[in-house]
Design a protein around this ligand. Structure first.
Ligand code: FAD
Length: 342
């Protein structure tokens, strides 16, 4: 049974975003079905207010209050579809918690997303930036997504190739607001090899026979490594990596290497991904604190909200870091979280 969406006014969002920014939504509604989502979108257009789809709020900076309708995605669904041999398709509603879904799949013995354990947020937001960690990206297992196309109000299916995934990027970032993802389908397997090459993971599992490992063991290993490296937003509010690792042509990488032999990055065939954390650390920002906001003392990529910082405080700090990196290395850092409100 679908319940009618309940619209509320002037709602506090401080506990609905992982940076803990004390913004407010002019209007707010939580939706648990596609029908309720459609009603919420119609409600916003009838009042000519902008809608914002909110998942777990772990990849957003509220630059101020949101003047439109915040639609909290709460569509839940979890089921297995098309089980053939070693493979199965996991169908997930957009409002499901991503990490819980990883554990659900891993507990059932299915492999493919275990390296993405402990990434905060909802299933529906995962395709937006093609979440990735420890050598795995969502696009490696995603079959398709169901979405409402706000251009024509139709429910559509976007296959993996139509999502135009790349590093922390997808069609959903290029056409912001057009698609509201309602369901995600993943193709998982009981036998595909684990991806344990990433240094931290390789170290964690060193000496263990990979044939003895279950997907749940790998997920737990990832969780342990992540807990050591990244601050928990519940203890120290943050939005994870604040900047993408910049991609530069190989020539630029080689020139940088001449000046900075210890530069950290991942050179490929045509270009190289430079470790943004290394660039920021070199500019002396790691551990910086200005009272309210700062840079984490173990991970220079993570900006943190120590004490009631506003979105503007966080963005001002991000600008200073970006300017320093640009001036010193000639590299433009791109922010990973989206900026809304204000
Ligand atoms: C401690 C920490 C660690 C993190 N580690 C990683 C990591 O390892 N790898 C990684 O890739 N990311 C990481 N992130 C970033 C973040 O967790 C992911 O981007 C996550 O997918 C965001 O989910 P969310 O539900 O919180 O999205 P939100 O922040 O609520 O929304 C993000 C964007 O997606 C849009 N959106 C949300 N739901 C939908 C939907 N159903 N349909 C269409 N658009 C939608 C929103 O409008 C917004 O533009 C980390 C964040 C934190 C705080």
């Amino acid at each position: 049974m679908n319940s009618e969406p309940q619209f509320r006014e002037n709602v506090f969002l401080g506990d609905l975003n992982s940076l803990g920014i004390a913004a407010r939504a002019r209007y707010f509604v939580s939706v648990t079905s596609v029908e309720a989502l459609q009603q919420a979108l119609d409600w916003a257009s009838a009042r000519a207010v902008e809608p914002l789809i909110l998942g777990g709020g772990s990849n957003l900076v509220f630059a101020g209050d949101f003047p439109g309708l915040v639609i909290r995605m709460a569509i839940s669904r979890r089921c297995w579809e098309r089980i053939d041999g070693d493979e199965a398709t996991l169908v997930l509603g957009a409002g499901e918690n991503w990490h819980d879904s990883v554990l659900y799949a891993a507990s059932a013995g299915y492999r493919g997303i275990e390296n993405l354990a402990l990434i905060p947020g909802t299933v529906g937001a995962a395709p937006v930036q093609n979440i990735g960690a420890y050598g795995t990206e969502l696009r490696d297992t995603l079959v398709d997504v169901s979405a409402l196309d706000r251009h024509n109000g139709h429910e559509i299916t976007l296959t993996n190739s139509l999502c135009h995934f790349s590093y922390r990027d997808s069609v959903f970032k290029h056409e912001p607001g057009r698609y509201v993802i309602t369901t995600v389908r993943l193709r998982l397997s009981r036998s595909r090899p684990f991806s344990l090459d990433y240094r931290d993971l390789a170290e964690y599992f060193e000496g263990q026979d990979v044939h003895d490992l279950t997907p749940l063991d790998v997920a737990r290993g990832v969780m342990s490594v992540r807990r050591r490296k990244l601050p928990d937003p519940a203890q120290l509010p943050n939005a994870g990596s604040f900047f993408k690792n910049p991609v530069v042509p190989l020539e630029t990488w080689r020139t940088l290497q001449k000046s900075y032999p210890d530069i950290a990055g991942y050179p490929g065939d045509d270009n190289a991904k430079v470790a943004a954390a290394w660039l920021i650390d070199q500019c002396g920002w790691k551990g910086y604190r200005n009272g309210k906001v700062g840079v984490h003392n173990r991970q220079a990529l993570v900006l943190v909200n120590h004490s009631n910082g506003s979105g503007q405080d966080v963005l001002a700090l991000a600008d200073r870091i970006r300017n320093d990196v640009q001036a010193r290395f000639g590299i433009a850092l791109e922010m990973e979280p989206g900026v809304v409100g204000g």
